[in-house]
Design a protein around this ligand. Structure first.
Ligand code: GLN
Length: 487
């Protein structure tokens, strides 16, 4: 009689799942098939997954098992399931950036990151929901519906990579590709108790990423822990002839992080007490393990969100100009060309996207360009200088990801200013182009996850991840799963 099928525990990381496979305790086919069940049930209930690729994924997993048998693995992630956010192109399925404008769009080719992962044997299992065109902090603006936070389904999972984080927060074995323009990997990771990295700008190719704010956008991993994120980064990073802004020279330093500074502005008024305390407690824990912890003031942080709103909307208005119903995007027929543009854009874009396009067009318009856009660029230089200067004294800067805990679905959706407040602590890393790693660091009294972030100098991505791995050996916050999920 055959013994019942065995699987790694639900919270198991990618590394642990790989161990199971390599020891022959389960196959990649078993793992992928069981993970697909999770996506079809809880993944769909959460609203996190839009499409799954069952036939393709199971066939790919079978091939991976064969390679393993023959000792011909393609890379360390061979046989491991992963998802891509709806704004990252894939040859299978659709890529619609969760917008009615692109619904049903088949890109027909893989983004560079996806191609590299598939080339390394990883198994693409589906596409995750996100805010429309990655504009949002709550995942309430997706044309596929609202995504729920697995820790409390009445609350938002954070955005815009909310689908990816909701999955990573509630199940292991897999990793997810998100994108981060102003916090969209880190905020949902913090809200769902997952680990996520926004890499140094240029480290990861943007070819195949649907552009939002090109000087800020980066693709990065969301997973259970920092060591899984490091495996993914190893596979996707590096120069790409299809993205002329991708970096040819990667800083390969793996020197340990020894000095960390708390950023005072991340602990001021407006930040929830429970969050301040959890991140300070994390700093103490680091000190107990021999890390030198100091405090630094970054007054430029107060200007970061205003600066971001100007630059991100300006770039968005330009990037989204192509969706006119003729070149790209769904068309609403009209007799007159101007009317066709207007009707197509009105029907295709949601309220938040339209708001950004209007704001961006305004800040770039003749007569206002100098007072808004050019000024924001000057402020961005100051922010970058401030961050660089602070990072000359220490190896990493530590602050919370979000000023508050995940809030109820619907609470802020009609109040854009309250929504933009979610981003006050995350946009700085994008403006400065530096890497930032979000790590779970505890829970508040209501049992809602709290996340902290570490920002490092440009190129120090692997140092941050290595430090994250260390921190996760000292603590167990990242092992927790929400109750209620079937095992
Ligand atoms: N919440 C931010 C915004 O709406 C960040 C989005 C992102 O990083 N894609 O602009």
């Amino acid at each position: 009689m055959s013994s019942p099928q065995q699987f790694p525990p639900r919270e198991a990381t990618v590394q642990e799942a790989l161990q199971w496979i390599s020891e022959g305790r389960c196959s990649s086919h078993d793992l992928v098939s069981r993970y697909l069940d999770f996506l079809e049930t809880e993944g769909k209930e959460l609203g996190a997954i839009v499409e799954t690729f069952e036939a393709e994924a199971l066939a790919a997993a079978k091939l991976s098992d064969k390679r393993r048998e023959q000792g011909e693995l393609l890379g360390p992630l061979d046989g491991i399931p992963f998802t891509a956010k709806m704004n990252i192109t894939t040859a299978v399925g659709t890529t619609d950036a969760s917008s009615a404008m692109l619904v049903g769009f088949e890109a027909g080719e893989d983004a560079t990151v996806v191609r590299r992962l598939l080339g390394g044997g990883a198994v693409l299992v589906g596409k995750t929901s996100c805010d429309e065109f990655a504009m949002g902090a709550t995942n309430e603006t997706s044309c596929h519906g609202v995504v729920a936070n697995p820790w409390d389904r009445s609350r938002v999972p954070g955005g815009s990579s909310g689908g990816a984080a909701a999955l990573a927060g509630s199940h292991g074995w897999a990793f997810h590709l998100g994108s981060d323009t102003g916090g969209s990997i880190r905020l949902p990771a913090a809200f769902c108790s997952a680990t996520g990295l926004k890499p140094t700008w240029g480290r990861v190719s943007r070819s195949g990423l649907i552009a939002f704010g090109s000087s800020l956008d980066q693709i990065g991993p969301i997973a259970r822990d920092a060591s899984d994120c490091a495996l993914v980064l190893d596979c996707i990073e590096g120069a790409d002839p299809l993205d002329s802004t991708s970096l040819h020279q990667l800083d390969e330093s793996r020197d340990p992080i020894e000095k960390v500074a708390l950023v005072s502005e991340g602990f001021g008024s407006g930040i929830d007490d429970s969050i301040r305390e959890a991140v300070r407690a994390a700093a103490q824990e680091m000190e107990q393990h021999g890390v030198e912890v100091t405090e630094v003031s970054l007054p430029q942080l107060h200007a970061a969100n205003a600066c971001y709103q100007v630059i991100a909307t300006a770039e968005a208005s330009s990037n989204l100009a192509r969706y006119d119903g003729i070149h790209v995007g769904s068309r609403v027929a009209a007799d007159d060309l101007q009317l066709l543009y207007e009707k197509s854009r009105r029907a295709g874009f949601g309220v938040e996207v339209r708001r950004r396009i209007l704001l961006g067009t305004f800040v770039l318009s003749a007569g206002y360009r100098d007072s808004y856009y050019s000024r924001a660029q000057a402020v961005r230089d100051l922010i970058r200088e401030g961050v660089d200067h602070a990072l000359e004294q220490v190896d990493a800067l530590l602050l919370p990801v979000s000023p508050f805990a995940p809030f109820p679905i619907g609470e802020r959706i009609d109040d854009p200013i309250a929504l933009y407040a979610c981003d006050i602590l995350t946009v700085t890393a994008n403006l400065a182009g530096v890497p930032a790693l979000a790590l779970p660091c505890g829970f508040d009294e209501a049992g809602l996850p709290i996340g902290m972030q570490l920002m490092g100098a440009r190129g120090s991505d692997h140092r941050l991840l290595q430090f994250g791995q260390q921190w996760q050996q000292w603590t167990a916050h990242h092992r927790e799963l929400p109750v209620g999920g079937a095992s």
